[in-house]
Design a protein. Structure first.
Length: 279
């Protein structure tokens, strides 16, 4: 029971990191649920889908109000990842639990490396509430100005193919590991579709919600985790998202990102060593 309580408390850390940094936090959910709460790897990845999906849905609301969500693009990106999500689920069901955890440790290390390398960009993309949004007839001045200056989408065959590949990869990671994939969605939207950072963050949450919902629906017959652990964990993660979004403006984003990336690296090593030792 002590481990389960600790896992629930650590859910705040997952949520705060998601809210403050816009990605990476969901990679902590599975290790916490496995090594602290005692869930199996398959149950933990399924529970993570529920937690990440709900927490992202909560985050979408605030970003949508601030005009940072391109709903159509988010829905299209999410729908394009359904095939990848199905493939990821099939691999998850047929993969040995230790192999799944070792692969997940590699993913965590990759996310940690990527976050550390992008420290100089974190302050620009961290989700925050815009203080300069002045409502005018149901829309804000800033929102209207952004809409007027948005670059035209690149719909060339090459760009569409890259986007489809990115969407499939995100779906595969969601189905396989139960992660949101925000660390991959945001770069895809900014580099391939030229989205401004804040809009990439807001729209990525729509993608995460869709991918998580689809992957969870595909696993509907496999939901057998302990709700007594998962529901409180879900509550604390969602609360953490709200807190993280609010405090993002008042903290040193570079320092937070660096500390979080290092922590992810430690978690990746711990996951790998514990899995090998327990094999």
């Amino acid at each position: 029971m002590t481990g389960e309580v600790i896992a629930v408390v650590l859910g705040l850390l997952v949520g705060v990191s998601l809210g403050a940094l816009g990605g990476g936090g969901s990679t902590l959910a599975v290790p916490i649920l496995v090594f602290v709460a005692g869930l199996s790897a398959q149950d933990a990845t399924t529970a993570s889908l529920l937690v990440v999906g709900v927490a992202s849905a909560v985050g979408v609301v605030g970003h949508f109000r601030n005009g940072n969500v391109r709903l159509g693009a988010g829905i299209a990106f999410g729908a394009a990842g359904i095939v990848g999500s199905r493939i990821g689920l099939l691999v998850n069901r047929n993969l040995d639990e230790n192999a799944l955890l070792l692969a997940f440790s590699v993913l965590i290390m990759f996310v940690a490396f990527r976050m550390y390398r992008s420290i100089d960009k974190t302050a620009a993309i961290a989700p925050s509430v815009d203080d300069d949004l002045v409502p005018v007839d149901g829309a804000s001045v800033a929102t209207r100005e952004r809409a007027a200056t948005r670059p035209r989408l690149d719909l060339s065959v090459s760009a569409v193919a890259k986007l489809a590949g990115a969407a499939t990869l995100v779906g595969l990671l969601t189905g396989l590991f139960g992660v949101g994939g925000g660390f991959a969605v945001v770069p895809a939207l900014t580099l391939l579709l030229k989205f401004p950072p804040k809009e990439a963050i807001g729209t990525s949450l729509v993608v995460i919600v869709i991918n998580a919902a689809m992957a969870l629906a595909m696993r509907s017959g496999d939901i057998g985790f302990d709700w007594i652990v998962v529901l409180p964990f879900l509550v604390t993660v969602t609360t953490g998202v709200l807190v993280g979004t609010r405090v993002a403006k008042n903290i040193d984003a570079d320092r937070l990102t660096r500390a979080f990336a290092i922590m992810l690296g430690v978690v990746a090593i711990y996951t790998a060593v514990s899995t090998v030792a327990g094999a």
